[in-house]
Design a protein around this ligand. Structure first.
Ligand code: PMP
Length: 419
């Protein structure tokens, strides 16, 4: 395996050389979205420059070529996540839409007031609110798995929370706040024992771990392109063919039909019955390119990421005022903490004045913040284009902020608390 060079890797991301401000920027908000390599940007531009046409509609050559690329992208995803066949890959806008499809088309028609849905305290709102809606409409009960002090789903609670009434378990593989990988294999095994289906929110995991949905034997898997060097507005719902086949469509209109008449409409086969209207063709091509790009570096990136985790953790620990939200090092480079006596927004706004982008807020995980007795936290999230020297700059800035009397530094606050 060729040695990973973070500096060379970083050069592939044009944003970091686009303006003097961006060149000196330290981007530590990668859990919200990653930057895009030139290969992905070029793929999207090339599509519009050379092959732009609607897919699955016209018989002319341009459309046939766009359709061929579009369907080839599905095969790239199928291989990347180890699905059995390409019918199991449904294009979505992202993780949120993928989860909503399962909530509305699998759970809502099936569940009754005797059934139960299980999530964990460490879920993103995207993996809570859709299930609350299902529970509200069906009368089903929503149960929540507790966490250990490390922020992982507490496996000792599985037997008390998951039972024969559980019909669906929706959990993250890696949380966008804890940075910890859950033992989803154990939870999938427990689900099987009680006959429940499992949806894995793979939004954070997709960029950090090789995924094999077939080996995992999960029923559904959701992820977004933009968390793995791809464009926004494109994502994937993987579902087992048998389950997707039995589910009604999500939205209705063009392209998801077999035949329409005023006597009734029949729907297209998988996966098209879930892909209504003109899809995000350029986004899908960008997504496939991003996965091909990631695959190329996957093994070597993982080694460097571990170095980033170890170094950042050890350096943050040198600041005594920092209180980590969770015990132990994270599994991916996401660090969530508060600084004693300081407002999260003040710290983030100060760092922004030093051209360091981190996030402050609830990170779309308000129930988790409540569970931890916090209103929010600071989150530093790194990617393999981040450098050890950038971690050093963060530590210097944080120490400088605290030495200067911290909260006394008056900074204008304009920081979103979303995601
Ligand atoms: N789940 C997790 C764990 C996430 O990190 C995110 C994005 N922050 C989502 C779901 C939602 O993803 P998207 O906004 O791309 O739909």
């Amino acid at each position: 395996m060729a040695e990973f060079s973070p500096k060379q890797f970083r050069k592939q991301f044009p944003l970091f050389s686009s303006t003097p401000l961006n060149s000196s920027m330290i981007y530590f908000d990668n859990a919200a979205t990653t930057q895009k390599p030139l290969a992905v940007i070029d793929e999207i531009a090339y599509y519009y420059q050379t092959s732009n046409a609607n897919v699955h509609r016209s018989s002319h050559q341009l459309s046939a070529s766009a359709t061929a690329k579009f369907e080839k992208a599905r095969l790239v995803v199928k291989q990347f996540i180890g699905a059995k066949n390409d019918k199991e890959i449904v294009w979505t806008k992202g993780t949120t839409e993928a989860i909503n499809i399962v909530a509305q088309c699998y759970a809502r028609p099936l569940l009754t007031k005797h059934d139960e849905i299980v999530v964990s305290y460490a879920e993103h709102h995207a993996n809570i609110v859709p299930w609350q809606q299902v529970a509200e409409h069906t009368g089903a009960k929503l149960n929540v798995l507790p966490l250990t002090s490390c922020g992982r789903i507490d496996l000792s609670s599985l037997d008390s929370v998951i039972n024969s009434n559980t019909k669906l378990i929706a959990i993250n593989m890696i949380s966008n706040v804890t940075g910890k990988r859950n033992a989803i294999e154990r939870i999938i095994a427990k689900a099987k024992a009680v006959g429940a289906k499992v949806l894995i929110d793979g939004a954070q995991a997709i960029a950090h771990e090789r995924i094999d949905v077939h080996q995992l034997d999960c029923d559904f898997f959701a992820f977004s392109a933009h968390k793995v060097f791809g464009p926004t507005g494109a994502g994937v719902l993987y579902g087992k063919e048998q389950l997707l086949t039995a589910m009604p469509p999500y939205q209705f209109g063009g392209e998801m039909i077999k035949k329409v008449s005023f006597n009734g409409t029949s729907f297209a086969d998988l996966p098209f019955k879930f892909e209504t209207g003109t899809p995000n063709i350029a986004g899908v091509l960008g997504l496939a390119k991003a996965l091909a790009f990631t695959k190329q570096y996957q093994a070597s990136m993982a080694i460097y990421e571990q170095q980033l985790i170890d170094y950042t953790h050890s350096q943050l620990k040198t600041i005594p005022q920092i209180k980590f939200l969770f015990d132990e090092k994270p599994d991916i480079p996401i660090f969530s903490f508060v600084i004693e006596g300081e407002h999260n927004q003040d710290v983030a706004a100060y760092l922004d004045t030093r051209n360091i982008a981190i996030r402050a807020g609830h990170h779309c995980a308000m129930p988790l913040m409540e569970y931890l007795g916090q209103t929010g936290c600071l989150r530093v999230s790194l990617a393999p284009y981040n450098l050890i020297s950038e971690v050093d700059s963060l530590i210097v800035a944080l120490k400088g902020y605290l030495a200067a009397g911290a909260g006394h530094t008056s900074v204008q606050m304009n920081v979103s608390t979303e995601q």
